[in-house]
Write a protein that binds this ligand. Structure first.
Ligand code: RIB
Length: 294
């Protein structure tokens, strides 16, 4: 069984700030750092560090994306399905406040240049039973889902960042949804407590497994009538960027390696806690050996 992550690769420009800049305000930042990032790249790195062989597909700019590819290759991600295009690599402008919280502005760049032609070529490498992992930062996601369904791949969707395009995708083919509270609300079109949202998303997509992350309130995994709740591991928060990506990579990585959902959820939660205690997106993601100390 192979694992394909078709997702974004970004250069994260991270500005440490006292508070998030307000409308009409001009403000100096305290520090500026550049990190590898992108929800796709972060999740591939988490998958690889969890111990899974992962193929990443997507696109970077010819002139500025090489360091992202090198980083992925160094942790064992297969990068041969990533195109190098004559455009800019995607980037993010991230404000990180004193509490380690962030707000993120994206420029899609090469991530939005994924074409059906590229998708067709990539999909030739995968077959029935292989996993496909998707976020919502590249073009042609609906088409990728259609093609993966035709191949009978297992489809994991983390619809982040949430926008109206999500509703144009063939969501009925998704096998696993990995959602935060806002995404769950948008997906089921209703408000509610964590448990209510879990039920509602699950009622809308009865054949899918639903994973709901609720920050300090932990996370839920629901498969039919089976529900698991996982608490968070408490740490001092330095930077929450990529915590969700680390969780997703470790959860799917664990399931692919035969862990029970309960163990995979526990390890995903541990890995996310470690990521929160460190600075940056991709560089904050721990190796599996580091989870034991948690
Ligand atoms: O989830 C964190 C990521 O979101 C950042 O690395 C940034 O690039 C955006 O894609």
């Amino acid at each position: 069984m192979k694992v394909l992550n078709y997702g974004s690769l970004n250069i994260d420009n991270v500005y440490s700030v006292d508070h998030f800049v307000r409308s009409g305000e001009t403000m100096s930042s305290i520090q500026m750092e550049i990190f590898p990032g992108g929800k796709g790249l972060n999740q591939s790195i988490a998958l690889a560090k969890s111990g899974v062989q992962v193929w990443h597909a997507g696109a970077v700019g010819k002139s500025d994306g090489d360091f992202l590819l090198e980083l992925m290759e160094n942790v064992g991600v297969h990068i041969e399905l990533i195109s190098k295009l004559p455009v800019k690599t995607g980037h993010a402008i991230i404000q990180r406040n004193r509490k380690g919280q962030n707000c993120i502005l994206l420029f899609g760049g090469a991530n939005q240049q994924v074409t059906r032609e590229q998708v067709d070529k990539v999909m030739e490498q995968f077959s029935e039973g292989d996993f496909l992992i998707l976020q919502n930062e590249i073009s042609e996601i609906g088409y990728i889902i259609e093609k993966a369904h035709e191949k009978k791949m297992k489809i994991v969707l983390n619809p982040s960042p949430m926008d109206e395009k999500i509703f144009t995708y063939p969501l009925r083919y998704v096998d696993y949804f990995i959602l935060n509270e806002i995404e769950a609300k948008d997906l089921c079109g209703q408000d509610g407590t964590g448990e209510e949202l879990l039920e509602r998303v699950s009622a809308k997509f009865p054949s899918a497994k639903v994973v709901l992350t609720l920050g300090e309130d932990g996370s839920f995994y629901k498969d039919g009538n089976m529900i698991i709740h996982q608490s968070v591991f408490k740490v001092d928060t330095v930077d929450t960027t990529a915590a969700g990506d680390t969780f997703t990579g470790y959860l799917i990585g664990g399931l692919v390696q035969g862990e029970t959902p309960k163990i995979a959820m526990e390890n995903a939660s541990k890995a996310a806690a470690i990521a929160v205690s460190r600075s940056g997106a991709a560089p904050s993601i721990p190796y599996r050996s580091e989870l034991d100390a948690q």
